[in-house]
Design a protein around this ligand. Structure first.
Ligand SMILES: Cc1cc2nc3c(=O)[nH]c(=O)nc-3n(C[C@H](O)[C@H](O)[C@H](O)COP(=O)(O)O)c2cc1C
Length: 173
């Protein structure tokens, strides 16, 4: 499928309605709720069977997805602010919670993501950091952006780790 051309226009999300999707262990979409399809401007049939990167926005730094996969593959949640790309090129920001889906023998079979609207306060705060990370990735790759992110977090002192930064974002949300 051809990737949509991004346009600088935001999709307004409703409060308190979750945008949900499930994937298999490789990130192939196995389920989307109606609101996910509506907001992304795809039909559920167009989404199911596709890699979840179908809604990846080029403004999203690669390092965040690397951390996401490292964490969920180790059974940890990851709460992330994600900018997604709709089929019509517009974008929407969501606050995403991930969960491991398991079968009756407790064996992981996939992942679930639940997303909700995020406050503009948080996206305004993250936007310049994400832009910087994308710029570093273009110039020097993901290893360099990981270092920038780690150094950035360390500059806030010993208390700031990816985990408690996420908690803080959760609190602000
Ligand atoms: C349950 C689940 C939900 C995901 N949701 C999104 C999403 O909404 N937007 C997105 O860009 N990536 C999402 N991803 C991450 C993608 O699988 C992928 O890693 C990311 O889009 C980066 O693409 P790339 O790995 O091809 O560079 C999700 C992954 C999982 C497991």
């Amino acid at each position: 499928m051809k990737r949509p051309e991004p346009i600088d226009e935001e999709i307004e999300l409703k409060n308190n309605i979750y945008i949900e999707s499930d994937t298999d262990l490789k990130g192939i979409i196995t389920y989307v709720n109606d609101y996910f399809a509506e907001i992304s401007r795809y039909t559920p049939e167009e989404l199911v069977g596709q890699p979840h990167s179908i809604v990846r926005h080029p403004d999203m730094p690669k390092i965040l997805f690397k951390i996401l996969w490292d964490r969920i593959q180790h059974g940890h949640n990851f709460i992330a602010a994600v900018k997604n790309l709709a089929k019509d090129g517009r974008y929407y920001w969501v606050f995403t919670d991930f969960e491991v889906l398991k079968d009756e023998h407790d064996t992981p079979i996939g992942y679930k993501a639940s997303r909700k609207k995020i406050s503009k306060y948080v996206t305004d705060m993250l936007d310049p950091i994400y832009k910087k990370l994308v710029e570093i990735e273009k110039e020097s790759g993901t290893y360099a952006s990981e270092k920038y992110l780690t150094d950035f977090l360390e500059s806030y002192g010993d208390d700031i780790t990816v985990d408690n930064m996420l908690e803080e974002i959760h609190r602000l949300y």
